[in-house]
Design a protein around this ligand. Structure first.
Ligand SMILES: Nc1ncnc2c1ncn2[C@@H]1O[C@H](COP(=O)(O)OP(=O)(O)OP(=O)(O)O)[C@@H](O)[C@H]1O
Length: 286
């Protein structure tokens, strides 16, 4: 599951050093830009959900998107994974400008996500739900699968092995055969993370991964997010309301307010940013 070094990465040794120097980032985690979001504007009729927002995500980092309610965070995630098509702006992924793509095409490019409200198949087991995350990786067509022999069988075995590894990694062996609808909320969130990981994403988008969790569940989820980032080298962009969590695990934070970007930097930089402080304290806007 580890990310192979790209030609771009090899050429960008200087970018690692520069990023480190500029942002004081951990060299283990920071590579060249994997996703560049340029001047995105998204409107719903008369409502401007996102106004001229630009930021980048570097390979291997944990990038947080924060902001008060209605700031445009979910809309931004939906733009990144192709649910929404912005009226203006460009998205560059791994050095290429992205055209108008459907969510499943974007998933095939290596971008997976979880949702604010868990989106699992409640009647299906943990194992089967995580297996659905392998869909973008399945190559053998219906003909081979119907025959259930040769290449299709070999492929199925490979998928099962990968899914079992994820189940071990997330420490959910004991619930592999349990329908997810019967699981407590925190475990459902973990299964949803497992399903996203099954797609072997290069960029993993997490929409409020700790929402509704108790302290212990949050600690577990934090540990798994950090482990995914460290052990698989997966780049992570996440929306999270819990400031403590964001400041603890994010390398860099972009702050939105009323659809605009008001801050961008390391947790320390963002914490000291007066616009960010005002937004969170509810200071009136002109
Ligand atoms: N499908 C939609 N149709 C119309 N307006 C929308 C739609 N989705 C979002 N909006 C509007 O866009 C703005 C940004 O919403 P968005 O959900 O992206 O914010 P958010 O920062 O994720 O908020 P929250 O933290 O409450 O989830 C809001 O004014 C919202 O009402």
């Amino acid at each position: 599951m580890s990310l192979p070094p790209t030609a771009e990465a090899a050429e960008n040794d200087d970018a690692y050093a520069a990023a480190e120097e500029e942002h004081g980032l951990n060299p283990r985690q920071v590579g060249p830009v994997i996703m560049d979001i340029r001047n995105i504007t998204l409107r719903f009729g008369g409502v401007v959900a996102i106004k001229d927002i630009s930021f980048d995500v570097r390979e291997g980092e944990i990038r947080a998107i924060i902001g008060p309610n209605g700031a445009g965070k979910s809309s931004m995630l939906n733009v990144i994974n192709g649910f929404y098509h912005p009226q203006e702006g460009e998205i560059w992924f791994r050095g290429k400008k992205r055209g108008a793509m459907k969510p499943h095409e974007i998933a095939k490019q290596g971008i997976a996500r979880t949702f604010q409200n868990i989106a699992l198949f409640k009647g299906m087991t943990t194992l089967d739900n995580i297996m659905t995350g392998r869909l973008t990786k399945m190559h053998k067509n219906m003909f081979w699968q119907a025959l259930w022999s040769g290449p299709a069988e070999a492929e199925e075995i490979e998928h099962r092995e990968r899914v079992e590894k994820i189940i071990d990694f997330l420490e959910i062996q004991h619930i592999r055969k349990t329908p997810v609808g019967r699981l407590p909320y925190g475990l459902q969130k973990r299964v949803e993370l497992g399903r996203a990981l099954a797609a072997e994403p290069q960029l993993l988008l997490l929409d409020e991964p700790m929402a509704g969790m108790n302290v212990e569940e949050k600690e577990d989820m934090c540990r798994f997010i950090l482990d995914v980032n460290e052990e698989f080298g997966t780049t992570i962009a996440l929306i999270e309301h819990d400031m403590g969590v964001v400041m603890d695990i994010a390398d860099r934070v972009v702050v939105l307010d009323y659809g605009r970007k008001i801050g961008d930097g390391t947790p320390d930089e963002v914490r000291k940013n007066q616009d960010v402080i005002d937004a969170y304290l509810g200071v009136a806007h002109d």
